[in-house]
Design a protein around this ligand. Structure first.
Ligand code: PLP
Length: 359
């Protein structure tokens, strides 16, 4: 199996798995303790959670706190709904975790325009009276990198807070400077599934969404999993240490894949993009047939969240593709554990299968 779906999820780093294991111990080891218990094993678990919090904080700007959540989706719900906004501005190419959350709020929603490269203009005007501007750092379908620093400034100039979905950028790029709230997810940075984090700038108060024991600083109730916390912490530390090395490897893979698939059209900006993603189309391609012929290559038709729903990707439509173009697009995502040989093999087979369709 060649795994080329790194935007859907990343493999768990062996280093992160190893750090998690003692916290998944059976009855004979103390690692199962509740990190909110005041006894010795509980305090040891709490200490591991705090180490992890520091490790995650190191990926984020100074001057804020990290709140652990069950996912980035939960973190984004907390960021948006927890601010009780009356008016929100979002880009049209946000993940459903943002788009559906703003729709579920009582706020008036303004949609910020993007161009055909999948970018929101840095000088986009934000309407007076806007409480939140939410624009993602890296798009999960087409890999475009938004001018988030400039957009954070535009938000602040209008008196709004800037919420950034950094799920696809965290641990890979510098954090979105100027953001007031930043969401990330462990399983997109080689950590475990089931844990995310929300970074909240000091001085910002959020209304909790989940009520109960008040465990996460009174903002998010529920017993934390020391194993998941240790996993996200180790994954964050590793990503921080390897950021340059991981990025450099990806450049080489991206260039080779782009070369081998040079007759495919790239969806989204060529320059402002993350090089672990290739979203490509070729007119007339039957993507379902391609995928069924290449069952041992795991890749995606559009976003993993939208695939299977029968809906055309809202991101591809927002960059101006028509239904047929969107439906003839594939997403290849690669990362830390992808080898050059895998890229070459996959691209050759994708090309051959597409050629057999006569496209
Ligand atoms: N935002 C983006 C850009 C994503 O790619 C994803 C996951 O696909 C999410 C948010 C949701 O993350 P999680 O799976 O942690 O809820």
């Amino acid at each position: 199996m060649i795994y080329l779906d790194y935007q859907a999820t990343t493999p768990l780093a062996p280093e992160a798995r190893e750090v998690m294991m003692p916290w998944l111990a059976g009855p004979d080891e103390p690692g199962f303790a509740n990190p909110h218990s005041p006894h010795k094993p509980g305090r040891a678990a709490a200490a591991a959670v705090e180490v992890a919090r520091e490790q995650v904080a190191a990926l984020l700007p100074p001057g804020g706190k990290v709140v652990f959540t069950g996912s980035a989706t939960e973190a984004l719900n907390l960021a948006i709904l927890g601010l009780s906004p009356k008016r929100i501005a979002v880009s049209a190419i946000e993940h459903a975790a943002v788009l559906d959350t703003v729709q579920a709020s009582d706020a008036r929603v303004d949609v910020l325009a993007n161009d055909s490269a999948g970018l929101v203009a840095p000088d986009t005007r934000i309407a007076a009276g806007t409480d939140i501007v939410a624009v993602m750092q890296v798009n999960n379908e087409i890999g475009t990198i938004q001018p988030v620093e400039a957009l954070a400034e535009a938000a602040h100039a209008a008196g709004a807070l800037f919420v950034c979905d950094a799920v696809q950028g965290a641990g890979k790029l510098a954090p979105p400077a100027g953001a007031d709230l930043i969401a990330l997810s462990a399983h997109k940075l080689y950590g475990p599934k089931g844990i995310g984090a929300l970074w909240v700038r000091d001085g910002i108060t959020l209304q909790p969404l989940i009520h109960g024991g008040g465990q996460e600083q009174g903002i998010r109730s529920g017993t934390l999993s020391p194993a998941l916390c240790a996993g996200i912490g180790a994954a964050a530390a590793l990503a921080d240490a390897r950021m340059e090395e991981d990025g450099g490897r990806l450049e080489a893979l991206w260039r080779r894949a782009r070369d081998m698939l040079s007759h495919w059209t790239l969806n989204g900006s060529t320059e402002q993009r993350w090089h672990g993603n290739l979203n490509l189309r070729v007119d007339g391609l039957d993507v379902a047939r391609l995928m069924s012929e290449l069952r041992d290559i795991a890749f995606s038709a559009g976003s993993a969240c939208a695939s299977g729903s029968g809906r055309t990707s809202h991101v591809l439509r927002a960059i101006g593709l028509d239904e047929a173009q969107a439906k003839s697009s594939i997403r290849l995502g690669f990362g830390r554990y992808t080898s050059l040989g895998e890229i070459e093999d996959a691209c050759a087979r994708i090309n051959a299968a597409a050629a057999a369709q006569g496209v």
